[in-house]
Design a protein around this ligand. Structure first.
Ligand code: ADP
Length: 169
């Protein structure tokens, strides 16, 4: 069934610290799909211990991208960004876990691949900002907005992850 809890839920840990369990929207851009990096990127999130909440291959249109990148519409690179992002399918994902919004951004690297450390997705697989492979939400609020924008409610699943007790204390 669809994820219906509040955006941020709190779990109890053994150390009695209450941790924020979050969701983030991660998207593999058309260059990442074309270059065969879908499995590699999924692998990094999966192996770290994050939980997949939703996944689909999707052809984005301009209307959706204008909503997604609303704050960038006045930028000189915006027409090029639209062309890039509609040039082929993207892979849309929801990943869940403790602090996953900030950690997800760290795993992606900096917006400009040349400022991205080796070991990050952009730092390992891309060279220029206009072909930087992937998107990740920059805050919990934008994650919730982006998940609603890219997925129908019934595409985002709540399921019991049997490794939870092996990932979290
Ligand atoms: P991020 O994707 O890291 O959150 P922004 O929200 O600032 O970064 O930009 C969104 C996307 O727009 C970037 O990931 C990149 O694909 C594109 N972009 C940003 N700046 C430029 C630029 N100067 N030239 C071309 N494309 C850009």
């Amino acid at each position: 069934h669809a994820f219906s809890g509040p955006p941020v839920t709190l779990t109890r840990s053994r150390s009695a610290v209450r941790m924020a369990m979050e969701r983030t929207y991660i998207m593999i851009k058309p260059d990442g799909v074309q270059r065969g990096l879908v499995g590699e990127i999924i692998k990094r999130f999966e192996q770290r211990g994050y939980k997949l909440g939703a996944l689909k291959l999707y052809q984005a249109n301009e209307d959706l991208l204008r909503k997604h990148y609303g704050d960038l519409q006045e930028k000189p690179f915006f027409p090029g960004l639209l062309k890039y992002m509609t040039s082929g399918p993207v892979t849309c994902m929801v990943w869940e876990g403790e602090n996953v919004v900030r950690m997800g951004r760290q795993m992606l690297g900096e917006t400009n691949p040349q400022a991205s450390a080796p070991g990050t997705i952009r730092g390992d697989f891309s060279i220029v900002v206009g072909r930087n492979i992937c998107h990740g939400s920059d805050s919990v609020a934008s994650a919730e907005k982006e998940i609603k924008l890219w997925f129908d409610d019934n595409e985002v699943l709540a399921w019991k992850d049997h490794s939870h007790a092996w990932v979290y204390e």
